[in-house]
Design a protein around this ligand. Sequence first.
Ligand SMILES: [Mg+2]
Ligand SMILES: [Zn+2]
Length: 187
Amino acid sequence: MTATFRDVRYVFLDRDGVINRKAPEGKYVAQWSELDILPGVEAAIAALNHSGRRVIVVSNQRGIALGYYSGGDVEALHRRLQEHLALHGAHIDAFYYCPHDEGECDCRKPGTGMFLQAFRDFPEASAANSIAIGDSPSDIEAARALKMPSIFISGDPSTQKPGGDRAAELADFTAESLPAAAQQHLL
Ligand SMILES: [Mg+2]
Ligand SMILES: [Zn+2]
């Protein structure tokens, strides 16, 4: 299959629901033992790495604002994830997370602050050569605000969030998983 987004150089991934199984509503993934990586994700990230793309994680972590875990916990979890990915020949080029509660900042998606920070850290990155992949309406809305293409991950229909139908309409494409999105549109 011809990749739809051949010219994309920067792939922005949401974390929960894209890389790992989302915790039930109201629950949070705070530590490595709770991080259930979805099938095929390591290989998909490795393939994106090998295709020359940068792979960047942008994750809302409101659980920090709610006091369930700390920024240090998130960073420790991301280090473990990075070590795990290395065993599969894969890596994340940068992690960004928003520790704030709703309405407190510009970085919590659908805010665009984490993407804009990445554009500062990777000066060749822009909305024109990036794509966002996420399983929440807020992921797709952030991409739309930046005029960046996006792929909505529909995931398991039984756990799909309210608003999924609208997110699917706003996104350029819908795929059932990150491996499917990468295979169908980027590789
Ligand atoms: Mg998510
Ligand atoms: Zn924030």
